[in-house]
Design a binder for this molecule. Structure first.
Ligand code: S3P
Length: 430
């Protein structure tokens, strides 16, 4: 589906961005691992998180959808049902990387995971290595990618040092740690999103964080009250960028997750001169159960270039395409370094962002682990191909609103993976 986004004169209004994708995936998964029913308030109803509900059903959980809410009656930690044929993760990298942490502890049962064409290009050795160290057997296509099979066993706890900061890999190992004998520690080279740790704390698991080390121990069961999912900062970020770039704009975004491990993009934008008012959690805040949420008030204004270094990357990983877009409109140079992980997202986001924005008139170069933008010229407009990547599709839309001639997004339906109401929300603001 091709959709045109014309230049906008000013954006005004109030939007409640969709529920958080990362937190919804985790709520469904931990709900299925729990012994008692869990009610999830404001689950994300989008393609990715529906893949997770389908997978949990296949594994024996009862899933009931009541409007925006979902109730899950789980199987317990060690009683996932056997599944005939592959579990389809669709386009969901988070499901593909977290679920094996649970499955690896299902003694004597084997599970195969597969997904769409993008999933079949995404590496799984990063989870296979620690799960093998804990005792599981993993067989992957060409030793590296889906479809892959996890043979569950009685796991042993481990201490695993992540070679690259990744919340997905950290979460996978922590979930495996719940069924493994003894304790399991993950060390991360830089902080990454901590939703799994917070949700486990809320489920009564004594998770500790000391410096770069996160530790869990073997559990009998998880016990939740209800889980409430806040708005997704990564989805809100597209509207924040639109509000910053379209002259005269003023937007209010309600109920957004303000967890400090997710708000790196707001701090980068503020360094570029952006005005975003709202009570964000302080960076480095102590680990606590639950997720903070708040309202963000965004106003357009002039921006200057900035440099994003490796340590900041995990806290803004999914928003780095938007940093490139802001860079096109900012005075001077904007550089992102240490972001080689972008190459293994839903698309190679260094290649697709650079090619996409260059086609709209940007002065942008790819580097091995990021990109450099010479800003100030704004964007002419043209066509941008989403390459089946939801964040590329929404990037093209925001670029169109801020451009001189508008942008035709080729493959706009990709946005349904995380933000099915995106085009309608944009239309409401124009
Ligand atoms: C996610 C972690 C990040 C992020 C992805 C969601 C998560 O991936 O890019 O969209 O929910 O844990 P990595 O762990 O590969 O950095």
């Amino acid at each position: 589906m091709n959709v045109r986004f014309d230049p906008a004169t000013r954006l005004r209004g109030t939007i409640t961005p969709p529920a958080d994708k990362s937190i919804s995936h985790r709520a469904a998964l931990l709900g299925a691992m729990a012994a008692e029913p869990v009610r999830i308030h404001r689950y994300l109803h989008a393609a990715d998180t529906h893949s997770t509900l389908a997978a949990m059903r296949a594994l024996g959980a009862l899933v009931e959808v009541q409007g925006e809410d979902v109730t899950i009656r789980g199987t317990g930690l060690r009683e996932a049902a056997p599944v005939e044929g592959p579990i389809d993760v669709g386009n969901a990298g988070t499901l593909m990387r977290l679920l094996p942490g649970w499955l690896a502890g299902q003694d004597g049962r084997s599970y195969t995971l597969d997904g769409d064409a993008s999933i079949r290009r995404r590496p799984i050795d990063r989870i296979a290595t620690p799960l093998r160290a804990m005792g599981a057997t993993i067989e992957a296509t060409r030793g590296a990618v889906p479809p892959f099979t996890v043979h569950g066993t009685r796991l042993q706890g481990t201490e695993y040092v992540l070679p690259v900061a990744s919340a997905q890999v950290k979460s996978c190992v922590l979930l495996a740690g719940l069924t493994a004998a003894g304790s399991t520690t993950v060390r991360e080279p830089a902080p990454s999103r901590d939703h799994t740790e917070r949700m486990l704390l809320a489920a009564g698991v004594p998770v500790t964080r000391a410096g770069d080390a996160i530790t869990v121990a073997s559990q009998d069961e998880l016990a939740f009250d209800a889980i409430t999912v806040p708005g997704d900062l990564s989805s809100a970020a597209f509207l924040i960028a639109a509000g910053l770039l379209v002259p005269g704009s003023r937007l209010l975004l309600e109920g957004v997750n303000t967890n400090w491990t997710r708000t790196g993009f707001v701090r980068i934008a503020e360094r570029m001169g952006a005005i975003v008012l709202g009570a964000l959690e302080q960076p480095g805040a102590e680990l606590s159960p639950g997720e903070p949420a708040g309202d963000l008030d965004v106003a357009a204004g002039p921006l200057v270039g900035t440099v994003v270094e490796a340590g900041e990357v995990p806290l803004a990983i999914d928003e780095l395409p938007l940093v490139a877009l802001l860079g096109c409109f900012a005075e001077g140079e904007t550089v992102v370094r240490g972001a080689g992980e972008l190459r293994v997202k839903e698309s190679d986001r260094i290649a697709t962002v650079v090619e996409g924005l260059r086609g709209l008139g940007a002065d942008i170069e790819a580097t091995g682990d990021g990109f450099a933008v010479q800003g100030g010229g704004g964007l002419r407009g043209g066509a941008l191909h989403a390459h089946g990547d939801h964040r590329l599709a929404m990037l093209g839309a925001v670029a169109g609103l801020a451009s001189r001639e508008g942008v035709e997004v080729v493959g706009m339906e990709a946005a349904d993976v995380s933000y099915p109401g995106f085009a309608a929300d944009v239309a409401a603001l124009v």
